[in-house]
Write a protein that binds this ligand. Sequence first.
Ligand code: NAD
Length: 248
Amino acid sequence: MKRLEGRTALVTGAARGIGYEIALMFAAEGASVMVADLSAEESAAAAADIAAKTGAKTAGLGLNVAREEDCEKAVDGTVAAFGRLDILVNNAGITKDGLVLRMKQEDFSAVIDVNLKGAFLMAKAASKSMLKARSGRIINMASVVGQAGQAGQANYAASKAGLIGLTKSLAREFAPRNVLVNAVAPGFVRTRMTDGLKEEAKAKICEMIPLGRICEPAEIAKAALFLAGDDSAYVTGQVLAVNGGLYM
Ligand SMILES: NC(=O)c1ccc[n+]([C@@H]2O[C@H](COP(=O)([O-])OP(=O)(O)OC[C@H]3O[C@@H](n4cnc5c(N)ncnc54)[C@H](O)[C@@H]3O)[C@@H](O)[C@H]2O)c1
């Protein structure tokens, strides 16, 4: 029995990286999946690719999660395509790294707008139908950096720490209607976001990780799958750390 048979999911930032892996795994587990990312073309291409690999119903749409009307359209589009929305994954995220002394205000705001405000806007848009249905799952992609802090990433760390506070508050607000809200906090995952690091930096990072290696995107998708499925029916307001022991 597939674990998400008959469910529908909307995954932001799903044209590549961790989001793509989550969309693929959810589709393989029987969900109908809306791939939502900045480019409508790339979203459609990823959706077609996932459909070909899994046989699931998929569709793609373009959105900027920092824009309220885009978020509302994405939720409406998902309901129009698949009839309902059961699972929202707020995965879209960006970095604009720099030391605080040199960080421009615009770079701070841009990261907060996408990583934190975007999740708020998407959760708000999705909550209308989930609360009405008295069922739903919202999964926010936080980061170990939001838990431990990181020099050179004050904007990103603040956005991800904020996302953890948002997760817990939404969990409390939505629990009476059986809408469960949790976060996944990955450590260092092998994606385009980390591919840019020099080999030397990667080796240093691995030395700090008790499990001694960088995480694969599918390992994050498995955590999201747990939080999306029936096995986590009594779990809400939690931060599931998938970081190889980097932060305990
Ligand atoms: N890679 C890591 O090591 C790591 C670690 C911890 C947390 N994360 C988090 O996981 C999530 C996915 O990261 P990734 O490594 O796959 O990154 P990625 O850059 O490969 O993918 C991010 C996706 O989000 C999309 N996106 C960016 N801004 C958007 C916007 N305004 N609206 C809609 N889509 C937008 C991008 O187009 C891209 O497809 C992010 O939230 C990131 O902060 C990543």
